[in-house]
Design a protein around this ligand. Structure first.
Ligand code: ADP
Ligand code: MG
Length: 782
């Protein structure tokens, strides 16, 4: 013991000497000058004293004040300087992969080290860290997985949980666990970091833990609502044409038409929105979110965004533009619009950068560095740029006012991911992004009235999403009964949502009747995907069609590669249908499209293939990356042995009946019954009764299906309830791969889904199927 103590001390001295030496470097000195200007720096000693004196500390501060990059570093340096370096082990969680990477890279750079030395990161399936790493950034999901191996987080000295104001499900979940863990780990220091939103809520949750506020330093940001914007552009147009007063009418018109192609665009929009806004003001009564939905559809008006970008480029001074859009679809559409309309003129004058959570990595330099003043940087982002990533040179923010968020209807078991209005708190964050280095302007592409009616805060994710993944985690972390554990949350989800999740997990065979994990359940815990998708992957490898299972699972876990251009919708539908062939399956269409892309890539005509078939190359690449990650996961739990070669696991990969059966195994209990009604087929599901096929599905035009059931990826509710992405399957697939089977009450058949689905089959068939399923269970026990 003495000897290791001695070694530790020696190591600590070494670390301190290294730190002192680092500080001599010119680069580190320059970085230090920058760091010392951040508002967080002024609070350094107060912060360190509070960390030393309290087990739990809440820190709030305006975005960009230096919480994420500075506070963990302060702790690190303090520990090293006071010769505790070899004991210190700091972890800081981030809600998103991309911020974990970018922050770790930034701090390493500030310290003049390469990434993975003292500062590292770890995200799902990827890490950069070493023996020397003392400060690790990881996603909240990764930390939750660490807790499975080590429930008391042995050896971790400081844990910082970042962006808790976002109220993500993982963060809320982690806080419950940590609150229970703290008494068992008296030496652990917990620091909760949040933007300046509701910090007291977290303090209360942890027995009135002290709160430190870092005062922000931002420039004023002018706010322009849609009506102001329209007024101003109308004025700009008018005053410019006034310049041509002395000209002949013909000459004047010539000049006018030269000044501003934007004019027409804005004028048209003006008339449209003017009428629209005033009608809304008139009909607008209670400040409910519903009345907001009535104002404009769920999609952002990209034409308006385009016109606003153009307006800024023509009429405002230099500075980067940050555009908030709802998701990848809108970002890629806008990129296309900008490229095709070419309204910005010479493309070399612009730097157009997408920024969204599912991007594998960001090019740090492009996003953060300032381009030469002749080049206008335009960042098209999702709400990821709201608080976790700060781009200093932003002077103009364009806020579409919406974000894509899930909402969960527990009664009908419906989850949808739809763009909806953001909260006032988010709107405030977005606006603040424009005042980092000089006064800025925030263009709100909605009227003030909409802003006034926004909710103060967005409800936490735990109240808005299906809970099955969370319930699995609770079981795998052995946190006791699901219901009583969740009742300890900051805002507990309602009992029906919990019950639905538990029931689903039982239905797919992940939990047994006593709510304990089955062997399938245990594997699903290790796969960081939706349990249904996880089951599809496992069954795909058991039944030797792993390639199609990987592709379909990856597409379902990310997004559809099919783009739907509004102007050429019919051609796009046709392209998708031709991939599906006669399979009556959107999933097979996905699969064939992906395989087609692979072939096209090999033969060098990727671009034309994707263009002709209305496919997004970006999305296909993302699916390709994700399938490889899934393959790693499967090999990690021994379901695939990469050394054996792919063929072993692909005996049935070209057998579409088998692939559909595996799809059924994964998607169950999302099953609809096809019932003939004269010349047409009506579809029924257990929860909501009659449903329709989504118009974008290859099955949309089918009147009579060859097989009696459809499995589907999700139900969405708009004007009616639609099933999206469906596959026609046989009753045999359902019997073999569906849920629990019981002899039917009237004696001569079998029932599934508690009597909802009935099959006429004898008891001996039931016996046989049970044996076959037992065999599958045996294969799952590895
Ligand atoms: P907070 O967590 O309080 O929002 P951060 O610590 O993330 O603030 O950022 C503090 C400042 O550091 C930002 O305002 C920005 O100027 C700078 N910064 C952060 N990350 C980078 C980066 N990757 N490249 C350049 N500057 C960065
Ligand atoms: Mg931060």
């Amino acid at each position: 013991v003495m000897e290791t103590d001695g070694a530790m001390k020696e190591h600590s001295v070494e670390l301190k000497e290294r730190l002192e030496k680092q500080k001599e470097s010119i680069h580190v000195k320059a970085m230090l000058t920058f760091r010392e200007k951040l508002p967080a720096h002024k609070m350094k000693s107060e912060f360190l004293e509070a960390v030393a004196a309290n087990k739990v500390l809440v820190v709030s501060g305006e975005t960009g004040c230096g919480k994420t990059t500075q506070l963990p570093q302060f702790i690190l340096e303090e520990e090293i300087s006071s010769l505790r370096g070899s004991h210190c082990n700091i972890i800081c969680t981030q809600p998103r992969r991309i911020s974990a990477i970018s922050v770790a890279a930034r701090i390493s750079n500030e310290r003049g080290e390469s990434l993975g030395e003292t500062v590292g990161y770890q995200i799902r399936l990827e890490s950069k860290r070493s023996e020397q790493t003392r400060l690790l950034f990881c996603t909240t999901g990764v930390l939750l997985r660490k807790l499975v191996q080590d429930p008391s987080l042995t050896g971790i000295s400081h844990l910082l949980v970042d962006e808790i104001h976002e109220r993500g499900m993982n963060e809320d979940f982690l806080l419950i666990i940590l609150r229970d863990l703290l008494p068992k780990r008296p030496d652990l220091r917990l620091i909760l970091m949040s933007a300046t939103i509701n910090a007291d809520l977290f303090s209360k949750y942890f027995g009135n833990a002290p709160v430190i506020h870092i005062p922000g330093l931002t420039y004023p940001v002018q706010e322009m609502f849609l009506e102001d914007l329209l007024e101003k552009t109308r004025y700009a147009v008018k005053s410019e044409s006034d310049n041509f007063q002395g000209y002949s009418r013909r000459r004047r018109r010539q000049q006018e038409s030269k000044i501003d192609p934007i004019t027409e665009h804005f004028e048209a929009l003006f008339i449209y929105y003017d009428a629209d806004i005033s009608s809304v003001y008139k009909s607008y009564s209670a400040s409910t979110r519903q009345s907001l939905e009535a104002w404009s559809g769920s999609e952002t008006d990209l034409g308006l965004v385009e016109a606003t970008i153009e307006y800024i480029c023509r009429h405002e001074g230099p500075g980067a533009i940050l555009v908030f859009l709802t998701g990848w679809d809108e970002i890629s559409k806008l990129l296309d619009i900008v490229k095709t309309n070419n309204f910005l003129g010479d493309p070399t004058n612009f730097l157009l950068l997408p920024l969204h959570g599912s991007m594998p990595t960001v090019n740090q330099h492009e996003i953060f560095d300032r381009p030469p003043s002749s080049i206008r940087k335009i960042v098209l982002a999702t709400n990821i740029a709201e608080s976790s990533i700060t781009i200093d040179d932003v002077v103009y923010v364009i806020d579409c006012g919406k974000a894509k968020e899930t909402s969960y209807d527990a009664l009908n078991k419906l989850a949808c991911l739809l763009p909806s209005w953001i909260s006032k708190a988010s709107a405030h964050q977005r606006r603040g992004r424009a005042g980092r280095v000089q006064p800025g302007i925030c263009y709100r592409l909605y009227p003030k009235m909409v802003h006034d009616a926004m909710l103060q805060y967005q409800p936490p994710e735990i109240l808005r999403t299906p809970l099955q993944e969370l319930c699995l985690q609770i079981k795998s972390l052995q946190l006791g009964a699901i219901g009583s554990f969740l009742s300890k949350a900051l805002q507990p989800p309602d009992a029906l949502s919990v019950q639905n999740a538990v029931e689903l997990l039982k239905t797919i065979g992940a939990l047994d009747d006593a709510e304990e994990l089955t062997s399938l359940g245990r594997h699903l815990c290790t796969l960081p995907v939706d349990p249904n998708i996880g089951k599809m992957l496992l069954m795909g490898s058991i039944f030797q069609c792993v390639n199609p299972a990987l592709t379909i699972a990856a597409a379902l876990a990310s997004r559809s590669p099919f783009v739907l251009p509004i102007s050429r919708k019919e051609e796009a539908d046709e392209a998708k249908r031709s991939f599906a062939g006669d399979s009556c399956s959107d999933h097979i269409a996905l699969l064939k499209a992906f395989e087609g892309w692979k072939d096209a890539k090999r033969s060098g005509n990727e671009k034309s293939f994707c263009w002709e078939n209305f496919l997004s190359i970006q999305t296909l690449k993302m699916i390709g990356d994700m399938r490889l990650q899934f393959l790693d996961l499967l090999s990690g739990i021994g379901f695939v042995d990469k050394s054996k070669g792919a063929n072993v696991y692909n005996q049935y990969s070209d057998d579409m009946e088998m692939v559909c059966a595996v799809l059924c195994a994964g998607l169950y209990p999302n099953v609809a019954q096809c019932k003939r009604r004269g010349k047409r087929t009506a579809l029924y599901t257990k929860e909501v009764g009659k449903v329709d096929i989504h118009p974008a599905s290859v099955n949309a035009g089918v009147h009579v299906f060859p097989l009696p059931y459809l499995v589907y990826s999700e139900k969405v509710k708009t004007s009616s309830v639609y099933i999206r992405d469906s596959t026609n399957i046989s009753d045999y697939a359902l019997l073999m791969f569906g849920g629990n089977l019981i002899p039917s009450k009237n004696g001569d058949g079998i029932e599934m889904l508690d009597g909802y689905l009935q099959f006429s089959a004898s008891k001996s068939v039931l016996g046989l199927i049970k044996k076959l399923r037992g065999e599958v269970d045996r294969l799952l026990k590895r």
